[in-house]
Design a protein around this ligand. Structure first.
Ligand code: ATR
Length: 283
């Protein structure tokens, strides 16, 4: 009797843009596994049925993308610490017949910096631009990796306040919400700047003055298309070490693949080049 094929999915609405099939497909082939990773587009009225019927449809688990990360949080039977704090789920799997959920974005973020900005976590002060869903994963990562002082700066101040408040009980970090117009003051002496906004892209606003950063500060963007965002370009020009967001996408995929297929895959240069080539093809 042949071995049963393990099937995983990425589910979103729409889902056609997802790069996850490229990543998991590469690892399945690299490890010579007979598994499958499928794109599943599900309309909102069908989503809860889809996510609660994985066993019957033969899926071992999968990735959840926009707009279902928060609704999955409400549906799964078991949430881990990361998902609970981030308030959203991007990876699910069946275990003992129950649907489990985690959020691996924070691991992707931290591993990307581990790869390209070794020692980043010794930063005393970090500034996060933006206070949306993506920023939650970043703040969680910064706290988990022991950053002592975190400033959240957002155009809409109330969202920064809410984000700071919701993480204030976790860990020893000092977390502050700052006003957007005084960003340059917040940047003063910071060792790490993380952009989670679409600022500077497609004519969306002017990129801010970052001259207050510590000269050795690392600047990273979670946007990966384009790889060199206007902020990263300007930071590189000013002599900062910059890290693009593609590595976050690649590294966040590792724990899911390991859960579903039982092998911990590696983020290689070859994988990175493959995804870049695919992004170029789609443009
Ligand atoms: P995501 O879940 O990807 O983080 P989001 O919730 O839409 O997406 O958040 C987008 C972030 O980019 C927000 O912090 C937004 O600021 P507001 O909360 O004030 O809307 C920020 N953003 C988008 N365009 C911006 C701009 N031109 N200037 C400053 N911030 C901007």
């Amino acid at each position: 009797m042949g071995e049963e094929i393990k099937r995983a999915f990425v589910c979103g609405h729409p889902v056609s843009h997802s790069m996850s099939p490229v990543i998991h497909g590469y690892w399945l082939a690299h490890h010579n596994l007979t598994g499958a990773y499928e794109k599943v587009g599900v309309a909102p009225e069908q989503f809860s049925k889809f996510i609660t019927s994985l066993q019957e449809t033969g899926f071992v688990g999968g990735n959840i993308t926009i707009p279902y990360k928060e609704s999955t949080f409400d549906i799964v039977s078991r949430l881990d610490d990361a998902a609970r704090h981030i308030g959203a789920v991007n990876t699910v799997w069946l275990e003992d017949g129950l649907l489990h959920g985690t959020n691996t974005d924070w691991i992707g973020f931290a591993s990307n910096l581990d790869q390209f900005a070794q020692g980043w976590a010794s930063a005393d002060k970090a500034v996060v631009m933006g206070a949306g869903g993506a920023a939650r994963g970043i703040v969680y990562a910064l706290i988990k990796r022991g950053i002592g002082e975190i400033h959240i700066v957002n155009r809409t101040r109330s969202r920064a306040d809410q984000l700071a408040a919701s993480f204030s009980s976790l860990g020893a970090a000092k977390i502050e919400a700052d006003d957007w117009p005084t960003l340059s003051k917040s940047l003063h002496g910071a060792d790490l700047l993380v952009n989670t906004t679409s600022l500077g892209l497609d004519g969306n606003g002017e990129i801010p003055d970052i001259s207050g950063l510590s000269p050795s500060a690392v600047v990273t963007d979670i946007v990966y298309s384009p790889l060199q965002t206007p902020l990263l370009k300007s930071a590189a020009k000013a002599g900062h070490l910059t890290v693009d967001g593609l590595g976050m996408l690649l590294h966040q995929a590792v724990p899911g693949f390991e859960k579903w297929f039982g092998i911990r895959p590696r983020v290689t240069d070859e994988l990175r080049e493959l995804v870049i080539a695919e992004m170029d093809k789609r443009h």
